[in-house]
Design a protein. Sequence first.
Length: 243
Amino acid sequence: MSLDIQLVEALNQFSRSVPPIDVLIVFITHSYLFKGGVMMTFLWWGWFRDHPDQERQRQLLMSVLFAALASLVAARALAWALPFRTRPINDPAVDMVLPIGMPPAALSGWSSFPSDHAALFGCLASGMFLVSKRAGVAATAYCIAVIMLPRVYCGFHYPSDLVAGYLLGALLTWIISREISMQRIVQPVYGWFKRRPGLWYPLFFLLSYLIVTLFDDVRNLGTLCYMILERLLAGNHTIINVN
């Protein structure tokens, strides 16, 4: 038995022991508020906090936003390109006990490796170290305890999925926050938006919303467009089958 499976079963052994705990963990696992909402609050705090070099701090946080977008795209691209990995909740090799409230076929069509949750929120957590060590420690602890571990408990991911995703997000944060990336990409974009706060802050809010929801609306729209295009190319002009 692999270490991944052992760790999943070790954590999952407490499933259904205390029903209210199960319900709470399942709720948190599906909650945008407790995942992206809290993580983006860290970033907004860093953006508006008083600091002697606030301009530099904001540029670094903008680099984290770039890295967050890159992390989510990279994680999904890797999940698509790498061999499909069944999630623990759907893997017959794993002796899973479903927590109360967890649907049995959750995410059955999505590959488990790497975790896009860990990539995105790991990017945000590691990015907080760029502006505050304490905030970085707090964000990382929150990411691990509230976002990552419940996904193992519920059978959404193996620990290696989460570690790989987190390292991917942290690596992209490190790359984009390097001085060469800051000078060529971040600083020009920051300067352009700084001259247009009336445009920047609405876009910042919209981007925050999309990150909090892991771009679910965008991905659903993309899936819908792909389905429509596929049917049209197949000669099926009935987009919605009322039968």
